[in-house]
Write a protein that binds this ligand. Structure first.
Ligand SMILES: Nc1ncnc2c1ncn2[C@@H]1O[C@H](COP(=O)(O)OP(=O)(O)OP(=O)(O)O)[C@@H](O)[C@H]1O
Length: 318
């Protein structure tokens, strides 16, 4: 698959702060790529580097085959950006905010009206286009800013906390739209978010950043398997088989904890690879199994495990 973003050892320093530290990653065409990290991890700086709004201190980067700094204006004709601050002109109407940008993005004149009307309808702002943006709610402003970022049908969309300030209904609509852009229109989405459930739901792959450095990169499932060891397993058997089941499980060295609630056994610390052997041991002793559920770690488990690991490592280093 084609890489839309190729960054190699990309760094950016502000005085003594290394905001982005030797970042190496590829983002593939059409994927939703999550960029996660605490406040100050370097997410916004990375977006600015990738969009040519900031020159790197070191390293190489190509976005859509272009050098973001040397070919910034050409690149930005193909990218859309929704930043944390929507930077809309609050004195102007929604219509004017969009049409002014249509000019800047060189949307052909005869297409502007139809495109603006289409976006206003998509974002639930039809009928409000002549009101001043200053009178809009936070969610309406966020939707308008997103509409503006999409005016010129960008191939690559940078979203910085897009759901900030949106209510649950608007958040769900936004998620559906992001999925539609990626799946139906082939738009690549680079999504900076603190919302781990959002990232888990939307992202094909995620990168986790800490103090400018990449801690991990992969699909949420890959990361869960690499980073979080031993999760919860629930097994439903029957009451008469419980003593045998407990005896079998207590004899397995890889089961860290056993609880039971009625005829449901709850095990902790079991690694995924051990599950088939565990099931075989129970069935060998005629323990009936009616239901078995292995709870995959969530992206939230991964995120905190990575940060705990990195925190431990930085405390150990002199
Ligand atoms: N223009 C600047 N001048 C000086 N330092 C900066 C500048 N921009 C960012 N930094 C510093 O670089 C580091 C990374 O900031 P950045 O805004 O990229 O983080 P972030 O991950 O986007 O944070 P947040 O989630 O809070 O938006 C921080 O220490 C920040 O103070």
């Amino acid at each position: 698959m084609t890489a839309v973003i190729i960054a190699r050892q990309l760094s950016r320093r502000f005085g003594h702060t290394l905001a982005v530290d030797a970042l190496t990653l590829d983002v593939r065409q059409g994927e939703i790529f999550g960029f996660l990290g605490h406040n100050g991890a370097g997410k916004t700086t990375t977006v600015r580097l990738l969009n040519g709004l900031l020159p790197p201190s070191a390293g190489q980067v190509k976005v859509l085959g272009l050098d973001p700094v040397a070919e910034g204006p050409a690149l930005r004709r193909h990218t859309g950006v929704l930043t944390e601050t929507t930077s809309l002109d609050e004195r102007l109407s929604a219509w004017d905010n969009l049409t002014i940008y249509a000019d800047l993005y060189a949307v052909p004149r005869r297409q502007v009206r139809a495109r603006v009307e289409e976006l206003l309808a998509t974002f639930g702002l039809a009928g409000r286009e002549h009101e001043r943006v200053g009178s809009f709610s936070k969610g309406m402003k966020q939707r308008l800013a997103l509409a503006r970022a999409l005016l010129h049908r960008p191939e690559l969309l940078f979203l910085d906390e897009p759901a900030a300030g949106l209510d649950p209904v608007a958040t769900r609509q936004l998620h559906e739209l992001v999925l539609h852009l990626s799946r139906a229109e082939g738009c690549t989405v680079f999504l900076c978010t603190h919302n781990l459930a959002e990232a888990q739901k939307l992202c094909d792959r995620v990168a986790v950043l800490r103090q400018g450095r990449l801690l991990a990169l992969g699909t949420p499932t890959e990361l869960a398997r690499q980073v979080v060891r031993g999760q919860r397993l629930e097994i439903e058997t029957e009451a008469e088989a419980l003593p045998t089941a407990l005896a079998v499980l207590q004899g397995l060295p890889y089961v860290a904890e056993i609880h039971h609630n009625g005829d449901v056994l709850q095990l902790a610390g079991v690694e995924r690879e051990s599950v088939p052997g565990l099931v075989a041991s129970l069935t060998r002793e005629q323990v009936p199994i009616y239901r078995i559920m292995y709870q995959e770690p969530t992206l939230e488990d991964v995120y905190f495990a990575l940060h705990d690991e990195a925190h431990g490592a930085s405390e150990e280093s002199p």
